[in-house]
Design a protein around this ligand. Structure first.
Ligand code: DC
Length: 220
C-alpha cells in the first residue's frame, strides 16, 4: 500500500469542500489542510499594515517573511499570524473578498503553494482550495471538483454567517460570491479550474452524507 495519500478538493466558495474535507480527514485519519485559510491570513496581514490587497508591490514587501503558521489542535486546523491565533478573525465577511483579491497576486501564490507542497510532502492529507488538483498537487492520488449553484452556495453562506451572529444582506452576499467566483476563475496565475482528471460533483441537491458516499466510492 502507498505510504502517503493525497486528496485534492477544489471548487468555488460555499460548494461544501470544507465539510467534505473535514469528514474525509476524520474518517481516513489523515490531515486536512484548508488552503483558503492561508490566503485569508495573508489578506489580514495586508489589512493590518494598511496595504491594498491588490497592490503587488506593497504585498511583496512582507510576503517572503510572513509569519504564518498552521497548527493542529485536537485535529483541528488553527491559523497563526505573527504568533496570534487568527482562525476566527479570518472568517469575518470583509476578509473573504480581500483574500480573493490577494490570492490573484503571483508573489502570494508562489509563497502559499510552496508552503502547501511542503506540508503535503510530509504526510497523507486532504487539501481544499481552488488550484490543488490543477497546480499545487498535479499528481494527487484523487481529485474532486466540488461545485453547486450560486443560489445554493449563497444560501449556505448566509445561514453560516447568521449562525455566527454576522448581520449580512442576502443579495449583497450573493453578488459578492459571484464576484469572487469571477476573480478566482479569471486571474492570470493558477486560476480556479477543474483539473482534467478530477471527478466533478454538483452538491446543489445532495446531502452531506450523499456527497461523502460518492467521494468514498472513488477512494475504495
Ligand atoms: O476557500 P476560501 O473561501 O476560504 O478561500 C478564500 C479565497 O482564497 C478565495 O476567494 C480564493 C483564494 N484561494 C485560492 O486562490 N487558492 C486556494 N487554493 C484557496 C483559496
Amino acid at each position: 500500500m502507498k505510504e502517503i495519500i493525497r486528496i485534492a478538493l477544489d471548487g468555488p466558495s460555499g460548494s461544501g469542500k470544507s465539510t467534505i474535507a473535514k469528514r474525509l480527514s476524520s474518517t481516513l485519519k489523515i490531515l486536512y489542510l484548508d488552503t483558503g485559510a492561508m490566503y485569508r491570513a495573508t489578506a489580514l496581514k495586508a489589512i493590518s499594515l494598511g496595504i491594498d490587497t491588490l497592490d503587488e508591490l506593497g504585498v511583496s514587501t512582507f510576503i517572503d517573511d510572513i509569519d504564518l503558521q498552521i497548527k493542529y489542535v485536537d485535529g483541528t486546523q488553527h491559523t497563526f499570524l505573527d504568533g496570534e491565533d487568527v482562525s476566527e478573525r479570518i472568517r469575518e465577511p470583509h476578509v473573504s473578498m480581500a483574500a480573493s483579491n490577494i490570492s490573484s497576486l503571483k508573489c502570494v501564490r508562489l509563497k502559499m503553494v510552496d508552503m502547501q507542497r511542503k506540508i503535503a510532502s510530509e504526510m497523507s492529507c486532504v487539501l481544499d482550495g481552488r488550484d490543488i488538483g490543477s497546480y499545487v498537487l498535479p499528481n494527487a492520488d484523487y481529485k474532486f471538483y466540488i461545485t453547486a449553484s450560486v443560489d445554493v452556495r449563497a444560501d449556505r453562506r448566509y445561514k453560516e454567517l447568521m449562525l455566527k451572529g454576522h448581520s449580512v444582506e442576502y443579495n449583497a452576499l450573493k453578488k459578492e460570491i459571484e464576484q469572487r467566483d469571477y476573480n478566482d476563475m479569471h486571474r492570470d496565475f493558477s486560476p480556479l479550474t477543474k483539473a482534467d482528471d478530477a471527478v466533478e460533483i454538483d452538491t446543489s441537491y445532495m446531502s452531506v452524507e450523499q456527497v461523502i458516499g460518492k467521494v468514498m466510492s472513488y477512494l475504495k
